[in-house]
Design a protein around this ligand. Structure first.
Ligand code: AMP
Length: 351
């Protein structure tokens, strides 16, 4: 057990790290952020900051020497340089990073555990797209295997002749388009003792590939699939020897839950838990990686809605606060670029 007062290292300097650090501070821990970018919204609320490249082994070793445990808030942290952490515990295990960093590996892994992804084909590079469309059919989505997020690195294919796109010359994956009834995520936390707690399942609505809102309770069209999706998520957590918060995203379809992707970290579709659950995803992540008992995950209200504040919408903070029931979270980012997640608003329905 790592007692309060110790230092938690967080790899990655964005808003997820910021919210982990705030939950850690509540429990009496110090946080030390490691990130390559100098402007880190996580570092702003933390005790220490190492700004260095991922492959700077000397900086990584100095960082590790200050930490009792290390975690990550960003799933594209390169795995090889983490060897420089030496003997400091790293949770979740880096095999979760390796699995989730590559859409092909991730799909094969979840499929091997009984999950069902969209039909997919491995595409070596842009020249392989035509064959993939022939094999899987159109419509579909061509995605980069690595480094895509928030709808970036993916292109819709409406008809076979769309194969003339100007795609990047890198490994890709083509997925058949799923006609889903709704989207949802399974959020769980697994402790060092293997104890698993699930939060209630939100309905997630995406706009332009970016999460727009998460709503609870989810409608029956999602509830019907929760047990099956939870069973898959638990198998993933167990197979990875996972410690911390894990998220799996699914499509609800007439044929059952279709696995979309996993995130080995706290997740935007779990931001509602800060006010809407007995224990937030951030607090339980800290509890898990420090070996503390996990907190209860039940709903703290009759209903919850979390809306993302994206781009210029951050300028509407005064209007958002004019509703006394809104909880506004702003991440402290300087520039409000289009599509950039600037904050979120959570609203509880009490009765
Ligand atoms: P991703 O980054 O893979 O989670 O994709 C972002 C969003 O694009 C998803 O949440 C869906 O709304 C949509 N999407 C991605 N893949 C598919 C698919 N195979 N079929 C239908 N919609 C998809």
């Amino acid at each position: 057990m790592i007692p309060p007062g110790e230092t938690i290292g967080i790899l990655g300097g964005g808003q997820l790290g910021r919210m982990i650090a705030m939950a850690a501070a509540q429990l009496g821990y110090r946080c030390h952020i490691y990130a390559p970018e100098a402007d880190s919204v996580a570092a702003e609320v933390s005790a220490a900051f190492t700004c260095a490249a991922w492959d700077d082994a000397a900086a990584m070793a100095r960082f590790a020497a200050d930490c009792a445990v290390v975690t990550y808030e960003f799933e594209n942290v390169p795995v090889a340089p983490l060897a420089a952490l030496g003997g400091v515990p790293l949770h979740p295990h880096p095999r979760a990073l390796e699995t989730a960093q590559d859409r092909l590996t991730e799909k094969r892994f979840v499929e091997g555990l009984g999950g069902r992804p969209a039909p997919y084909a491995d595409v070596d590079g842009p020249q392989g797209l035509t064959a993939a469309i022939q094999a899987i059919g159109a419509p579909g989505i061509i995605k980069t295997r690595r480094e895509g997020y928030d709808g970036k690195g993916q292109w819709r294919i409406v008809a076979p002749e769309d194969s003339g796109l100007n795609l990047p010359d890198q490994p890709l994956i083509y997925e058949g388009f799923i006609r889903f009834e709704a989207e949802f995520s399974i959020l769980l936390c697994r402790g060092v003792d293997g104890d698993i707690r699930f939060w209630d399942t939100p309905q997630n609505v995406h706009e332009g590939g970016i999460l727009a809102r998460s709503t609870l309770p989810a409608p029956p069209v999602i509830q019907d699939h929760v047990a099956e999706a939870r069973a898959i998520a638990a198998k993933v957590a167990e197979a990875l020897g996972y410690v911390g918060v894990l998220t799996l995203e699914f499509f609800a379809t007439a044929d059952g839950p279709v696995f979309n992707e996993m995130a080995p970290r706290v997740h935007n579709s779990g931001h509602w838990t800060t006010e809407g659950a007995v224990t937030s995803q951030f607090e339980n992540h800290v509890r898990a990686i420090c070996g503390l008992p996990l907190g209860a995950t039940g709903l703290a209200a009759a209903g919850v809605e979390m809306r993302n504040v994206i781009g210029d919408a951050a300028e509407d903070w005064a209007e958002i606060l004019s509703d006394p029931c809104n909880h506004l979270h702003l991440y402290g980012k300087a520039a409000a670029r289009p599509g950039r997640k600037m904050g979120h608003v959570t609203r509880l329905r009490l009765g």
